[in-house]
Each structure stands twice: as C-alpha cells, then as structure tokens.
Design a protein around this ligand. Sequence first.
Ligand SMILES: *Cc1c(COP(=O)(O)O)cnc(C)c1O
Length: 376
Amino acid sequence: MQFIDLKYQQQLIIEDINQRIQNVLDHGSYIMGPEVRELEDQLAAYVDVKHAISCSSGTDALLLSLMAKGTGPGHAIFTTPFTFIATAEVISLLGATPVFVDVDQQAYNIDPQQLEIEIEKAATENNLKPFGIISVDLFGLPADYNNVTDIADKYGIFIIEDAAQSFGAEYNGRKTCALTDIACTSFFPAKPLGCYGDGGMCFTNNDELADIIKSLRLHGKGTHKYDNARIGVNGRLDTLQAAILLSKFRIFPEEIEKRQHAADRYTRQLKQAEHITPPLVPEGYKSAWAQYSILAENTLHREAIQNALKEAGIPTAVYYPKPLHIQTAFKSLGYSPGDFPVSESCSERIFSIPMHPYLKKEDQLKVTDIINKVTA
Ligand SMILES: *Cc1c(COP(=O)(O)O)cnc(C)c1O
C-alpha cells in the first residue's frame, strides 16, 4: 500500500502531461513561459482572488509574502510550533522573531485565545512590535479564521495563510487562499496539488502587494529587466512545472471530492476504535485532507499501532515528532519543553495513515481493521 499514490494519478493523465511537456520543449520558453500565466489565471479563478503569483516553492511563497509586508528585525510574527519548519524559518531568515502560540486540541491549528495572550505579552514583556500572524491550515483543515481575523484587526496586524497543506479546502463556503491578506501554497509533490519538483504560489486581492511580490520573485525587478527597484530573490516557478500543474489541476476538484469520501470512510470505520481520536472537521469547514491524522493515547500506544500496520505492509508517518520551539535551530528564542503543552502532547501521540484520492475501499478496511484490533 502506498502512503500517497502518485503513480496511479499519473497513469490517468499521462498523455496530457506528455503533450504539455512536449509543448514546452517545442516553444522553448523555459522561464516564465505562457503556462506560468495560464496556471496563475486558473488558480486565481478557482480560489476567487484577484492575483495569483507563482513562485519556486511554498517556502519562497511565505518568504516573499513576509518581504512584501516589510518584515524585519524587531517584528513579532505569531505562528504555531506544531508545523513544518518552513513556516517559522522564513521569519527568522528576515531577522524578525517567531513568537509561538499553542494549538487548539482538536484542530491542531492556532488557538485564538492563546494568540491574543501572546500578542499582549510580545509588546509588553518582550519589547517586540506585533507585526503579523502566519496561520497554518494543518493537515488540510483551515484555521479558525473568523476569530483569528478579529484578533488581527483588533491589533492592526496582517495574516498570512500557510495553505501549503490546504489548497482546495473551504471555510464557511470560501476557498482557502482567499481568506486573508496574503495566502501561500506549495506544489511539493506530496501536497494536495503537487508538481514533479518544487513550486509554490502566493494569493492576494491587494494590487500593491501583488506588484511587490511579482517584483521580489524577479530579483526586485523595476520597470525593466535591468532596473532593480528593491532587493529580491530568484523565486520563479519553472514553465515545465506549470505545464504539469495545468494537467493535474484538470482533475484536482474531483480529487478533492474523492478525498472527502476516503476520509469519511476512515472516520466511519474507526468509530469502534477505542482510545484514539480521529480527525474532527467542525461545521462550516472542509478539509483538503493532505493527511488523515489520528491521536493515540501516548507514544507507546502510537508505536503499537504503527508496528501492527507496518507488519501488514501499511506505511504510516508522524507529522511532527518534535515541535519547533524545542528544535535546535530555534534554541536562541529561549523556549523550553513544557511551554506549549498541547503541541507537545500532539507530537508525542499523532500519526498519519495512507491518504490520497485513489485509496481502495478494501485497503481502507484493512487499515481500520488493524487499528480497531490494536485499540480494542
Ligand atoms: C510543505 C510545507 C511548507 C513548505 O513548502 P515547500 O514547497 O516544501 O517549500 C510550508 N508550510 C507547511 C505547513 C508545509 O506543509
């Protein structure tokens, strides 16, 4: 059994992919070719925002967004420690300070109550200027945007949505990537919409921010190629990757629906399992199901389940085994174990089972039978 079956998906669309790759080889515009703009237009329409700006990775999308907002030393950027390193790494890279906020027990996303506490503390105790929030839609489930937006408005700070795992998800009838000042997604192969290499995209309704991001991804380009208006990066999406994404995007909306069915089936079949917590999708939310993640009782319990699955040839993964506040890379921030109890408890107990649009019913049954047996 595959954890994510990219081979099966490829078989379905291989002719279209080959044709699109051949088109790029024929026209030869490998950098910023017509497919790049076509993809941007299609994804902007899909999520319903004015501007989609492609770039070289999800990490660069976050970096470009923070740069466009003028993030730098003295600025506090609030995010969770229960995420992939990229979310917080880009904050430090710009000389700003990541300020961690614990996650909510059920959604694994930023806890609005804790967020407000940390914003107050950053300004009064730590002499930092509250500047922005990077909210993460972990495992494909959107964060609590109504509450997070109220807090951002109250303190006059921006929200960047890290939608690397949630492209295609919805919050109160609106697509992710259309919910905040700027949103970022990733086309890393294993993400819900993945290419065959690295890629990413920024989304915004703000004309000025869009212009700055477009300039930043092209070395700070001004009015022409050799006019440099600002310090930027080489952050473009390859035309070949855009071509592959155009092909994959044609079946993407259908894949999102298939993911809903697969997730529902898992959740139904896990009903009898004791001592585990399957993922919860609150009213008004739709997940992109980048991962189907379950909480075990404790680390030993998790290991028992993972081992039983492994013996049956079923792969599992742990996202994330070590929260960011206790990573060596962030040692200088001065956090200690115990600072974010919910994130730490999740790291000790979480595991993910195979999830992709083409999961077979029999395979899902095999997975849940084993989990039900181990946890009975
Ligand atoms: C994958 C991921 C990123 C980084 O995306 P890349 O395209 O790999 O650079 C950022 N944030 C989260 C939450 C991710 O899962």
